[in-house]
Design a protein around this ligand. Structure first.
Ligand code: PRP
Ligand code: URA
Length: 206
């Protein structure tokens, strides 16, 4: 299931990110901010437990987060989304997956992984700005499920219809939140209109 954000702040920030005149510094600020907003939308059902605290004026009944969350940035571009989500859920543990899409085959090539323990006890929140063919996302979900993950969610900024269909086919149980669903993939596997190469924009490599 894919949820496209309709939030005006999300749409505003994404439009700034799409603008090819936006410099990497601004792009990094925006991706951090938009990731916080998407995280908010994707976590409305996290569990809490009661917590009573002393205010300067008396006792207040409140809650604290009980839910265990694991964040999974897909290198490189997923790193751009990590800090914003981690700001929102500081108790989250971070696993890292390194995948690079082969420019000819468009298949993800695996080069790194480092997982935290007890993945079966945590909701996994994968972060990667681009869902193009969905090859990278599907490979990451495969890795997580093989390690016992039962609740896997994905946060992306731009999703192509082709990627959404492939993700739903491979992992129908995985919910994905996106800032936008775009038109299509071009012959090189880039999302149209998209925002170009997200990793290059974040790391200033082009
Ligand atoms: C980009 C992006 C995704 C992937 C999406 O990463 O960040 O991981 O492509 O494409 P897909 O849905 O067709 O798999 P890329 O492999 O270019 O690596 P980078 O983040 O290091 O630039
Ligand atoms: N990866 C990107 O960074 N951008 C795209 O449009 C597709 C894959």
């Amino acid at each position: 299931m894919v949820f496209e954000s309709q939030h005006p702040l999300v749409k505003h920030k994404l439009t700034l990110m799409r603008n090819s005149a936006t410099k990497p510094k601004k792009f990094r600020e925006l991706i951090r901010e938009i990731s916080m907003l998407l995280c908010y939308e994707a976590t409305t059902d996290l569990t809490t437990q009661p917590l009573t605290v002393d205010t300067p004026m008396g006792r207040a009944d409140g809650v604290e987060l009980k839910h265990k969350v694991g964040l999974v940035p897909i290198l490189r571009a997923g790193l751009g989304m990590l800090d914003g989500v981690l700001d929102m859920i500081p108790s989250a543990k971070v696993s890292v997956v390194g995948l690079s899409r082969n420019h000819e085959t468009l298949q993800p090539e695996h080069y790194f992984e480092k997982f935290v323990g007890h993945l079966d006890e945590r909701t996994a929140l994968i972060v990667d700005p681009m869902l193009a063919t969905a090859g990278s996302m599907i490979a990451t979900i495969d890795l997580l499920k093989r390690r016992g993950c039962k609740d896997v969610r994905a946060l992306v900024l731009v999703a192509a219809p082709e990627g959404i269909a492939a993700l739903q086919q491979a992992h129908p149980d995985v919910r994905c939140w996106t800032a936008a669903v775009d038109s299509h993939l071009n012959e090189l596997g880039y999302i149209i209109p998209g925002l170009g190469d997200a990793g290059d924009k974040i790391f200033g490599t082009k």
